[in-house]
Design a protein around this ligand. Sequence first.
Ligand SMILES: *Cc1c(COP(=O)(O)O)cnc(C)c1O
Length: 359
Amino acid sequence: MSKVYNFSAGPSVFPKSVLEKAQQELLDWQDSGMSVMEMSHRGKHFSIIADALESDLRSLMAIPNNYKVLFLQGGASAQFSLIPQNLLNGKTKACYLNTGAWSEKAISDAKTYCDVVVSASSEDTNFTSIPDASTWLLDERAAYFHYTSNETIHGVEFSEIPDAKGLSLVSDMSSNILSRKIDVSQYGLIYAGTQKNMGPAGVTLVIVRDDLIGYASQTTPAVFDYAEQAKSQSMLNTPATYNWYLVGLILKWLKAQGGVEAIEQLNIAKAARLYKAIDQSTLYSNPVVVSCRSRMNVPFILADESLDKQFLASAEANGLYELKGHRTVGGMRASIYNAMPEAGVLTLIDFMAEFERTH
Ligand SMILES: *Cc1c(COP(=O)(O)O)cnc(C)c1O
């Protein structure tokens, strides 16, 4: 099969060298005589993999010592319910910013557990902007303040850490984790499904400040109680061992690229080129306010919707895969995560120009 570029929003593209490494080690991990899939999660071989996973993530994100790093299951979606169950600690309110489809899901699930204060919403702009911080309603009685740092479907991203006015800041970073430098110490909790920017589906990262854990509601299952999982290094039950290994390979790859700061520069360059191509064309457009445009997910529509099918078919024939936009937004979406090489973005831009010229 010839070279293809995969622009899927998730599960998403892997660096080829990581897939090759996994292939090399599939049958026999580092002379252990076993595949990682066959190893006991409590055995000496797997503990090397687990220790490296946590320490590599801590160094890549400069995670302070007073934060726990958990690798759980259930996806980011499970966290929509688990965050209130773990963090409310007797309080009855939590604040949420509503900036798109993923915020809406987080809000909807949290409502089962608490009074959700929607601090602000950009629904009136069809989620093409971020409400001005001066308008946010932050209730000091709330247990925390939640926002989605990158709206994967709408292509809206925060370029700065929001001011939580003293509340514990909680962020869904599923689709931009490790794509840009962030100051973890500004957060109470960060969570992310791994399948966008840090590996395969099946692992959910939770980074949480020490003082926030240990207050789970009595009905919280033990495997979803952050304090219980922290006590047992995320091995209260059998973790997704092979997926941990793959996430670990991605982290080693990222370190070899020069870490988060180096990949951030590449991400800035890739996104700038694609948005520029869209803005300069008459066929394509992106509706998001420039200062809130996502570096990871770039939605765009064609001026003539009747060309959508042809665009997608022709893109695929040219090795450009998974460009169909989310059904709620329509049009196209190019997800250009860390593992998408610059060459992939340039090939897409060339294809788009050629399609515009011939249609
Ligand atoms: C993909 C995604 C989710 C859902 O993740 P699952 O692991 O499938 O539950 C949640 N939030 C954001 C921002 C996402 O991009």
